[in-house]
Design a binder for this molecule. Structure first.
Ligand SMILES: [Fe+2]
Ligand SMILES: [Fe+2]
Length: 262
């Protein structure tokens, strides 16, 4: 497969990529459902897909896909027609070439995220000297949090609190400071839905069945699906905790607030 998905060309032509549909009908952790609605002659402008997807036609469907390279593909998607796209495609746009309304639902499967090898070409040049080229500030957004100034937020397990530093709502990945008061721990054996990494900043924290003990300076990794716990903080303990995806497969019983499981 070509490694050129058209990002460099889009940049040269000054094209800004748009949404893949007209409105989001419904969204959850796994899927995002878009409505695509094109009047006769109307166009959905250049875009790229970030996830595999399924299109279900609700009517119309004589359209034309035009890639950024100028390739044109006629499509026919009558009412009830489905098409599943499981491979990355170049930047493209969609035009309703018929004289009837085209309406569809496009379902994105968010568990797979596509990155494009030529996407870096799309970003503005790195600034040299003091001037920031147009578009650069929009492409990179820095975050700076002085965690020491932030309050601890209690979680719904008594004696456990956190300072959330960064979260990706789409993937569920996060980086947080976590504090267990002395004597507090996770009461059950459990596994996580992603890889968990912890760096112990202070205190002493123990996985009871194995005796695995973390102290200041300990780095700990529990791979996705690996069962550990219950645990106890022998001393008040603070961790930097990183998950590379959702924290739990289902809401664990020790949190009464669903947001604490994320
Ligand atoms: Fe598309
Ligand atoms: Fe855990």
């Amino acid at each position: 497969m070509s490694q050129d998905f058209g990002f460099a060309l889009a940049k040269r032509r000054g094209i800004t990529l748009g949404d893949i549909g007209h409105r989001i009908v419904e969204e959850n952790d796994q899927t995002r459902v878009w409505e695509v609605r094109l009047e006769p002659g109307e166009m959905l402008d250049f875009h790229i897909h970030r996830h595999p997807y399924l299109v279900i036609s609700l009517g119309g469907g004589d359209n034309e896909i035009e890639t950024i390279f100028g390739d044109r593909i006629a499509t026919s998607e009558p009412l009830g027609h489905t098409v599943a796209i499981q491979e990355k495609r170049a930047i493209h746009r969609l035009t309703n070439t018929s004289d009837t309304l085209y309406l569809s639902r496009l379902v994105e499967f968010k568990s797979v995220r596509w990155v494009y090898p030529d996407e870096g070409e799309f970003l503005p040049e790195t600034p040299v000297g003091g001037t920031v080229p147009e578009g650069f500030a929009a492409a990179f957004k820095e975050i700076l949090i002085n965690a020491a100034d932030e309050p601890w937020s209690p979680k719904s397990l008594a004696g456990l609190s956190q300072k959330m530093l960064w979260r990706n709502e789409e993937s569920g990945a996060s980086i947080a400071l976590i504090k267990f008061e002395k004597g507090v721990g996770i009461p059950n054996a459990h596994a996580h839905a992603s890889n968990q990494f912890m760096y112990c900043l202070s205190g002493q924290y123990r996985y009871i069945p194995t005796g695995t003990t973390l102290v200041a300076g300990s780095f700990y990794c529990n791979p996705v699906g690996s069962v550990h716990g219950p645990t106890v903080a022998d001393e008040t303990t603070v961790f930097l905790e990183i998950y590379d995806g959702p924290h739990y497969p289902v809401q664990p019983p020790w949190y009464t607030d669903a947001s604490d499981a994320q």
